[in-house]
Ligand binder design. Sequence first.
Ligand code: CAA
Length: 266
Amino acid sequence: PVTRTDPSPVRIERDGVVATVVIDRPKALNALSPDVLRAVAGAFDQLAAEGDAVRGVIVVGEGGRAFVAGADIRSLSELTPEEGAEAARLGHRVAAAIEAFPAPVIACVDGFALGGGLELALACDLIYATDASAFGQPEVRLGLIPGFGGTVRLPRAVGLPLAKELIYTGRRIDAAEAERAGLVARRFADREALLAGARATIAEVAENAWTAVALAKRVLVQAAGTPTATASELEVAGFEDAFRTEDMHEGVAAFLEKRDPRFAGR
Ligand code: CAA
C-alpha cells in the first residue's frame, strides 16, 4: 500500500493557462477544517503571483461524492464564541482571496455543496455543476447560521426570498432547481463534461484582454450590494483604468484595422 507522506488537503494542478485547486479530503467529504481553509487561501495567493499566466481557476472536490460538505463540524465543536468568530473570519478570508484573484474562478460542483461548501462556491465567479449535485445551507439544523458568507452572497445569487427559505429550512436543492434559481450557471451530465465545460469557458475568456477581464471582475466584486450611485462610480473608475492599459489601445486599434488583436496583458 502507498503511504502518503504529504497529507496536504489541497493541491494545485496546472494545464496551460488553467489552474485547478483540488480540495482533497474525501473521507470527510472535503469538509473545510482550518488547515483546508488556510491551504485554499494559500493556493490563490500562490496563483495570483503568476499574473497573466493563469487565466482561470477551477475549484473542485476530490472523491466524487462532494464538492465540500461544509465547514468541518468536528473543528467547530469545541470553540468558544470568540473562536467561532475567528473560524468564520478565516472562511471570509478565503472568499476575499478568491474575489481578489484577477481571473475568473469556477466552482465545479459534483456532489454535495453544503454550508461552507456552498459558501465557498458562492465566492467563486461561477458555479458549474453535475446533475448529481445538491446545494443547501443546513447550518440551522446544527444550531448555527451560515458563517462563510451565505447570508451575504446567497441572496445576491438567488434573491432574498429563496435565500431565506433555504437558510431557514436547511433544505437541499438539486442541480436543476439550482440552475433555475440562477445559482448554477451551467449544468452537465457528469464530472468529465463538467471539467471540460469549465476549461472551455476559461479558454474563451483567455482570448480576451487579461487586463480587461481583471478590471471587469474588480468592478463586479466591489459593486455587488452597493447602491447604484456607488456601483456606477466603481464602473467609471474601472472604465478609466482600462484606458491606461496597452490592451485597450491594441483592442480598439485591431477592431478599426479589421485584424485580430494581440493582447500583451498589460
Ligand atoms: N464536517 C466534518 N465531517 C463531515 C462533514 C462536515 N461538514 N460532512 C461529512 N463529514 C464526514 C462524516 O462525519 C463522515 O465521517 P466518518 O466516516 O468518519 O463518520 C464522512 O464525512 C461521510 O459522511 P456521512 O457518513 O455523513 O455521509 P452520508 O452520505 O450519510 O451523508 C451528508 C452525507 C448529507 C453530506 C452528511 O455528511 C452531512 O449532513 N454532512 C454535514 C453537512 C452540514 O451540516 N454542513 C454544514 C456544516 S456547518 C457550516 O458549514 C458552517 C458555516 O457556514 C461556516
